[in-house]
Design a protein. Structure first.
Ligand SMILES: Nc1ncnc2c1ncn2[C@@H]1O[C@H](COP(=O)(O)OP(=O)(O)OP(=O)(O)O)[C@@H](O)[C@H]1O
Length: 751
């Protein structure tokens, strides 16, 4: 069964009423071929549009009740059948995730979570009634947030939190939050009190894009335990309100918000990488790179997964929306094994009967150590409850989902659609061998269980009509085009090179290792700075470096990095104001660190390209001038210069190139970006032709160098080399080579 993805388009907010609505829904009907579609224009060409097909689409006027009744209510039954369910809201900041999950206070406004609990309690009562009390159902809940990549129990007030948060551990293939409180919660009223109280503890703040922005990912886990005379079955519903990604060129965030934002964006970026890795069937899924992805374990957790994709309909979210749609489009292809949690025997009836123990005695038999920790806990609590004692102590360890591939615990002849799989309950059954009562079945045998109760979403292609196949193909093409359009224009973080990712990882590990020595905060700021930088958010990156500075007094390299960024931001502003000055008033005075008001983000690479070439050039110079750092607490930082987009060869030109007269006309591009000499223009034209045979003919360029240049250009996809500095920064080029290339051009009208 694939992840079910439904899109919800929120209505226009008061301040947006005059804005341009660009996201539309097509509700399934005969005309649309019974498919639910979200449509959005191509950011490069408004006349074209992209369509994305999802399981359902909810338009602006869809109510909370409609969404719940259609998407969540049907899953409640499955929860009581033993399936785990995961519901998560995904979307950019301000698109309605919290509204969807939590909602408002009025009955009509209540979101998925309160409605889910209400439905669970209703079902509990029904089951107890239908079984005349033979089945008891207990509901318990945990609620925690991941804030700045740290896990905090929302049942604890912030002042009682340990700053480093709760640790998470891998425990027999499950990710466990250690020390998390689990509260029994027997009525809806009790739930509401607990939930409301806990939400006060959640980190929210006002940002420019949302007056009540969630600054953390919030995970509510509802554990349902059904106990009969002989079995205990535990299943869980997880409802997750993810924090929304935000583009810091739009937010005007202050320092604290920036730290949060870097962390939110990073975790969502890792989530996107996980989804991409899954969809490409890669062996390594980078779950471990963020706590959120470890805990969410998308595609790893069994049961039912529902993603609610929240979208804002207005143009100001255009690229963000397209990015979310692409993400959702990949997510919907993730397969999840729909496997029930098996009931665990409370006691082994048959052997007891044969040993002459009967009736009431059976109930009082000590629990066998066959159940794993989780079930043992359930049984112990059950026994205590039966004895009239109310458990005061909350359960302290709480299992969420595995971040490890479970393949190893699955049969080797695993069918591709997860058919015929049962969750390998190794931890639960681990003690079977010590069973004092002889062997017992390792799982409950049910009639008609062959194949087990697993549903597959795979649609038989054979049954499809020619029209549907054509529609499917055209849909796929549309999706691919949308992905491509986004890649071409979007502000999302550029793909990190393996080397850069390695550096980020190393830095994070150092931070973890240094939790205690006070330097970790400084390192955190450095990491955040790098994360902002790779997203092209220079102003935010500079602020983070400024915040890191007190932790690393006198660090020359850090100063150099800041100077580089300052230069680049200044140059960019000058370039912007230069182009504005043709038509408008003089540019505003340069001041740091006010964020530029760029509406649509540009990739880091693009931003570099648009920034003046001189600053780019200086950036490299500054980096090179860093003295080798001594082995110190800062060495993680000192070694992290791969964060700058530059190649080894690209460093070469700076010392010589700086003095080369050929860069004169490039320097001029600060204010007149296209004011190249004819010779330079001609050279750039040859280079941008990406034609190795032409490039090879340039003076000083052999076949190998020409190929290397073309390779670099292809990596840059549709970007062009705009000036000589840009050319000098290409791998294998350099200032001297550029001078040679240019000098060798037979253009007699050069001046
Ligand atoms: N379906 C809806 N109907 C009415 N108002 C909505 C709807 N969805 C969102 N809103 C309003 O939009 C605003 C932003 O919504 P919300 O806070 O839920 O966004 P979010 O995605 O959770 O943002 P963040 O990621 O910053 O926490 C709120 O004022 C909310 O009331």
């Amino acid at each position: 069964m694939s992840v079910r993805v439904v899109a919800r388009i929120r209505p226009l907010l008061k301040q947006e009423l005059d804005k341009d609505t660009i996201v539309t829904a097509e509700i399934p009907d005969e005309k649309s071929g019974n498919v639910a579609i979200v449509r959005i224009p191509n950011p490069k060409n408004d006349a074209e549009s992209f369509s994305f097909q999802f399981n359902s689409v909810y338009e602006q006027d869809a109510t909370q009740q409609q969404l719940f009744d259609s998407e969540v209510a049907p899953q409640v039954k499955q929860l009581f059948n033993g399936l785990d369910i995961t519901i998560f809201a995904y979307g950019v900041t301000g698109t309605g995730k919290t509204h969807t999950m939590r909602g408002g206070k009025s009955l009509a406004d209540r979101g998925v979570i309160p409605r889910l609990l209400s439905s669970i309690y209703r079902r509990c009562r029904k089951i107890e009634k239908d079984t005349a009390g033979a089945t008891e159902v207990e509901v318990a809940m945990s609620y925690y947030e991941i804030y700045n990549d740290r896990v905090y129990d929302l049942f604890e007030p912030p002042e009682k939190r340990t700053p480093s948060g709760l640790p998470i551990r891998d425990n027999n293939g499950k990710t466990v939050v250690v020390g998390l409180t689990e509260r029994p919660c027997t009525t809806l009223k009790e739930f509401e009190q607990l939930y409301d109280q806990a939400n006060i503890n959640r980190s929210t703040s006002a940002t420019k894009l949302n007056a009540h922005s969630s600054r953390s990912h919030a995970i509510l886990c509802v554990k349902v335990t059904q106990t009969t005379e002989t079995t205990v079955q535990v299943s869980r519903a997880s409802a997750i309100d993810l924090a929304g990604s935000e583009d810091n060129r739009r937010t005007d965030n202050n320092k604290e918000r920036l730290v949060e934002s870097a962390s939110i964006n990073k975790s969502l970026f890792v989530l996107a990488q996980c989804v991409e890795a899954i969809s490409k069937k890669q062996n390594r899924i980078p779950y471990r790179e963020s706590k959120m992805t470890r805990i969410l374990s998308l595609g790893q957790n069994n049961g039912i997964t529902l993603m609610i994709l929240n979208l804002a309909p207005v143009r100001s979210y255009h690229l963000d929306t397209l990015s979310s749609l692409n993400f959702a489009n990949r997510t919907k292809k993730i397969e999840v094994a729909e496997v029930e949690n098996e009931p665990v025997y409370r006691q082994f009836v048959k052997p007891l009967a044969t040993t002459g123990i009967s009736g009431a005695n059976i109930k009082r038999q000590p629990l066998r150590p066959i159940a794993g920790a989780l079930n043992a806990k359930v049984l112990d609590r059950d026994a205590e409850r039966k004895a009239g004692e109310k458990t005061e102590k909350p359960v302290k360890a709480f299992s969420v989902y595995s971040d490890a591939r479970k393949n190893s615990s699955r049969p080797s002849d695993l069918p591709s659609q997860n058919q015929g799989i049962r969750r390998a309950e190794t931890n639960k059954r681990g003690a079977d061998t010590t069973n004092a009562f002889g062997s017992r079945p390792t799982k409950m045998i049910r009639p008609n269980e062959n194949p087990p109760r697993i549903r597959s979403a795979a649609a038989p292609v054979a049954g499809m009509s020619k029209e549907s196949i054509e529609a499917l193909i055209s849909q796929r093409i549309d999706e691919k085009l949308a992905e491509k359009a986004l890649q071409d224009t979007i502000a999302a973080a550029p793909a990190l090179s393996a080397e850069l990712q390695k550096r980020l990882d190393e830095l994070e590990h150092r931070i973890e290792a240094k939790e205690e020595d006070g330097k970790s905060q400084g390192l955190q700021f450095l990491l955040m700075a790098k994360q902002h930088q790779v997203r092209g958010e220079d102003v935010s990156a500079l602020r983070m470096y400024q915040m890191a500075q007190p932790f690393f007094p006198g660090n020359e390299k850090l100063k150099g990095k800041m100077k580089t960024l300052e230069d680049r931001i200044r140059a960019k502003r000058e370039a912007e104001s230069g182009s504005r000055s043709h038509t408008t008033a003089p540019p505003p005075a340069f001041s740091l660190p006010a964020a530029p008001s760029t509406m649509l983000s540009l990739p880091a690479k693009t931003e570099k390209k648009h920034a003046n070439a001189k600053s780019l050039y200086h950036e490299v110079s500054d980096d090179d001038e860093f003295a080798p750092q001594p082995e110190s607490d800062h060495d993680a930082y000192a070694s992290d210069d791969s964060f700058q987009y530059k190649t080894k060869a690209a460093r070469k030109p700076k010392k010589t190139a700086k003095k080369l007269p050929i860069f004169r006309d490039s320097t001029d591009t600060v204010s007149h970006p296209v004011n190249h000499t004819p010779r330079t223009s001609h050279l750039l034209k040859i280079i941008n032709s990406k034609d190795a045979s032409k490039i090879r003919e340039l003076k000083g360029v052999g076949a190998k160098k020409a190929d290397a240049i073309v390779g670099c250009l292809l990596e840059m996809e549709e970007e062009e080399i705009k000036d000589l500095e840009g050319l000098a920064l290409l791998k294998g080029v350099g200032g001297k080579t550029v001078e040679n290339m240019r000098a060798g051009l037979a253009i007699d009208f050069d001046f």
